[in-house]
Design a protein around this ligand. Structure first.
Ligand SMILES: C[S@@+](CC[C@H](N)C(=O)[O-])C[C@H]1O[C@@H](n2cnc3c(N)ncnc32)[C@H](O)[C@@H]1O
Length: 207
């Protein structure tokens, strides 16, 4: 397998040296998408946040910055992502505002009805069965809680199609597919926003 292909496969579950490089790169390259998506989060009481598939932890850090009174839990099933996200958010962890835990979105070990806001940036492509995973997110959110998904690929763009071929198990969903899965998982109000000039999508759902 070519080195580039091996490198891109690190997006799915970062590990080893290539995983470290990938996490460093993703913290930088996903910031624009994450910040674009965050602007659509409605104003709600936001005391408890969970960032799912947190990777290197930059977006968790940005959420902590935007919601200075909130506590944040970040979850990832890659031990390396958890380590790097802890390093990135060390100060917030020491301040007691942040915890980063190893866990799989398909069976979340989180309290029910505990979170006001859940986020997932550039990660649902890899989740095993969206209905089941979205059901786990719904369980963790309190009634009225918000789930934000932001993806750089809208399921139709050429780059996304190319990555689907390179990365085993990756699936780029359309906004319509994501919305249908969210409704199946029990979310009530669901809406999608398309970036005006890029294939970026943000999908918001209310429990
Ligand atoms: C492409 S990276 C995105 C990381 C980060 N959200 C960002 O925007 O930079 C995808 C991350 O999701 C994690 N991930 C994928 N499937 C997961 C699952 N089922 N449970 C928990 N984490 C998962 C991977 O380990 C990886 O760290």
């Amino acid at each position: 397998m070519g080195l580039l292909r091996k490198f891109f496969r690190q997006t799915r579950r970062p590990d080893g040296f290539l995983g470290k490089v990938m996490l460093f790169g993703m913290n930088r390259s996903h910031a624009g998408l994450a910040d674009w998506g965050m602007q659509y989060i409605p104003r709600i009481k936001t005391d408890q946040i969970v960032d799912l598939g947190c990777g290197g932890g930059r977006n968790a850090g940005e959420l902590l910055h935007r919601y200075p009174a909130a506590q944040l839990t970040a979850v990832d099933y890659s031990a390396l992502s958890v380590r790097k996200a802890r390093e990135y958010n060390q100060k917030s962890i020491e301040a007691g505002r942040c915890r980063i835990v190893l866990g799989d979105v398909s069976s979340l070990d989180l309290d029910a009805d505990a979170f006001d806001l859940a986020t997932a940036f550039e990660t649902i492509y890899f989740w095993p069965g969206l209905t089941k995973c979205f059901g786990q997110v719904a369980r963790a959110l309190r009634p009225g809680g918000i789930f934000l998904i932001a993806n750089e690929c809208d399921g139709l763009d050429a780059v996304g199609k190319k990555f689907e071929k390179i990365i085993d198990g990756m699936r780029c969903y359309t906004a319509e597919e994501i919305q249908a899965e969210l409704r199946k998982a029990g979310f009530s109000k669901v809406k999608a926003i398309h970036h005006p000039s890029r294939p970026w999508i943000a999908v918001l759902a209310k429990k």
